[in-house]
Design a protein around this ligand. Sequence first.
Ligand code: FES
Ligand code: FES
Length: 164
Amino acid sequence: MNSIRLTVNGREREIEVEACKLLVHAVREDLGLTGTHVGCLTGDCGACTVLVDGASVKSCSVLAVQADGAEITTIEGVAGDGGLHPVQQAFWDEFGFQCGYCLPGMLLTARELLDRTPDPDDDAIVQAINGNLCRCTGYGSIVRAIRCAATRMAASGEPAGEAS
Ligand code: FES
Ligand code: FES
C-alpha cells in the first residue's frame, strides 16, 4: 500500500492505496465522493472527469499514486455556500442534462473551459466537451448552458473557479 496526500475540494486528505488503483476508484471508494461517475474505464466517456491542479482529467486514466500531492476538485466541491455554482445553475436553467450520468464530468469540463476561456464561442465549447459523452441531450442544451454560464459570469465579474 502507498500513502498519498491530496487536497480534495479544499480539504487535506491522506489515504492508503494500492499502486495499481485508479484515481476514480480512490475518489469513490477511499474518499467517499461518489458524484464522480464510472462509465467506460477506458478514457472515452468523460463521466469520471475531475480537476487535478485545475486541469480536467479523466480519473480512470490516472493512477491514484500519480496524483499524490495534487489538488483535486470533484463535483462535490463545485457548489459554494451560497448555492449552485453559476455553471450548475445554467445547466439547470437550460435543461443541460436529462439522466444526469454525464453531468458531473460535463460540469467540471465546462468549469475548466470557463477558467481559461471566459468567453468561448460555440466551436470552443464543442471542442472542450469533445471528450465527454452524453447519451441523452443531443448536446445542444449543453452548449447553450455553457454559453449562458459564460454570459452570466462575465456580467457578474465572477471567475469560474469561484463558487458563489
Ligand atoms: S470512465 Fe473514465 S472516461 Fe469513461
Ligand atoms: S444527461 Fe444522460 S448521459 Fe448526459
